[in-house]
Design a protein around this ligand. Structure first.
Ligand code: G3I
Length: 409
């Protein structure tokens, strides 16, 4: 602003000086308050973990980070948005189970599983087929449990397994062929119609049927409680070894890892993962959730530590190729429906508003650390639902094995 040329006008009046200062102040403040110019959306930089989604980090590690989904959760909305953004794998929570697909003999209900598989394939997510045979009578249709003739049960198994794998075989390459072959809280074979009618080799028979249905599929066995039930890991390891000794086409071992609380696991958990890796099998943490008491001020920090320990154990074992959480948001968890649990249990990575929790941050940091420490490797994800590659028999891990430091601490 220029001063006037006359006396009265040669001096910039006090008013003008004050106004100029005020204007300058407004301009400067306004500038400072102005939103920063939009920075070009930078991609994932593992050195700044918060610039990366879990999916981006897992893809770079060649591992799967997964969550569950049910049909209502894969329609447009926050669940699907979060699932597709943050995860590269999905497990149908209930849609592919026998009691959903064929609850009545000869009446097939593939709608729920179709919904989840279609959404997963459209979003580029790898699908874990869960589960062909659940060795718990509670979750086996009544009509199946009524069969007492071995040949009839074999025929029913062949038809069910063939129908399910045949329908999804070109989009689902990884199957929980048998879920929970051991007693839930024990070390002996579970008392199921399959064990009763077919005898102790029933698991091997079911795997043979699955291999015949799709010789290219990855065949997994999945178990609960090996990390918490005394002796169960050892019993499950013997079962797995016996299957391999019998030439059963077994490719991977899923450890559900439903944790009882934020406490533990001990470092022995990593050794358990390694035990299966030492047999040449792929390993996966397939159903991770860690209940908390949200009234405890330290709950979510402790939960973050527990998630870091468990994901760190997987990262420390190259054959561990997947961590799937059993659910995605605290708004929907099976744990809140258990009579012996006090809801809300808040066991997952996202809160009820789909906001990341400290546990998410811990996993994000850990995966980023692993990416920064990794040897050069491809950025492709492991065998996905759209891939055709899968080992024909017991095979090495299905993902690029990367040198992973020990994060278990
Ligand atoms: O959809 C019906 C609904 O129509 C009905 O009104 C309601 C009340 O009976 O039941 C609903 O079905 C429930 C279903 O979840 C869907 O919510 C079943 O009763 C209930 O038994 C079922 O529980 C599932 C459980 O497996 C048994 O299949 C849980 O959601 C699921 O998280 C849980 O997952 C298992 C894994 O598959 C194997 N590992 C253990 C894990 C936890 O049990």
């Amino acid at each position: 602003m220029n001063g006037a040329t006359t006396g009265a006008t040669t001096r910039t009046s006090l008013f003008d000086r004050v106004r100029a200062a005020v204007v300058a102040l407004v301009v400067v403040t306004g500038w400072l308050a102005a939103p920063a110019p939009a920075v070009a959306a930078a991609g994932c930089d593992p050195a700044r973990p918060d610039t990366c989604t879990l999916r981006e980090l897992a893809d770079r590690l060649g591992m799967r980070i997964g969550a569950t989904a049910e049909p209502p959760e894969v329609v447009p909305g926050p669940y699907r948005d979060t699932l597709l953004r943050e995860f590269n794998a999905v497990t149908p929570e209930n849609a592919m189970k026998w009691y959903t697909v064929q609850s009545t003999r000869g009446v097939w209900n593939f709608g729920p599983a179709d919904a989840v598989v279609d959404a997963a394939v459209a979003g580029g997510l790898s699908v874990r087929g869960h589960t062909l045979v659940w060795a718990q009578d509670t979750y086996t249709p009544e009509w199946v449990k009524a069969i007492d003739d071995p040949d009839e049960l074999r025929a029913v198994l062949e038809e069910h397994i063939g129908a399910v794998m045949g329908r999804y075989g070109d989009r689902v390459h990884r199957w929980d062929v048998v879920n929970e072959p051991l007693a839930s809280l024990g070390t002996t074979p579970s008392d199921s119609v399959f064990a009763r009618v077919l005898g102790p080799d029933w698991v091997a028979e079911v795997f043979a049927l699955a291999h015949a249905a799709d010789p290219d599929a990855e065949l997994w066995i999945n178990e609960f409680g090996t990390d918490v039930v005394p002796g169960k890991h050892e019993a499950f390891l013997v079962l797995v070894e016996d299957l391999l000794d019998a030439g059963v086409p077994l490719h991977g071992v899923g450890l559900q890892t439903h944790r009882p609380s934020v406490r533990g696991p001990s470092t022995a958990f990593q050794d358990q993962l390694q035990d299966y890796a030492d047999l040449g099998l792929a390993v996966a943490i397939t159903e991770l959730d860690i209940p908390t008491d949200p009234a405890d001020p330290d709950a979510f920090a402790d939960q973050a530590d527990a998630y870091r320990r468990i994901v760190g154990a997987c990262l420390a074992v190259p054959a561990c190729e997947e961590v799937t959480t059993w659910g995605l948001t605290d708004a929907s968890t099976w744990l809140d429906h258990l009579f012996y649990m006090e809801p809300p249990t808040c066991p997952l990575l996202f809160d009820e508003d789909y906001e990341p929790k400290p546990a998410y941050d811990a996993v994000q940091d850990l995966l980023a650390e692993a990416v920064l420490a990794r040897a050069p490797t491809s950025t492709s994800t492991p065998t996905s639902s759209t891939s055709t590659s899968a080992p024909a028999g017991p095979a090495a891990p299905a993902v690029a094995v990367v040198a992973r430091p020990d994060f278990t601490g």
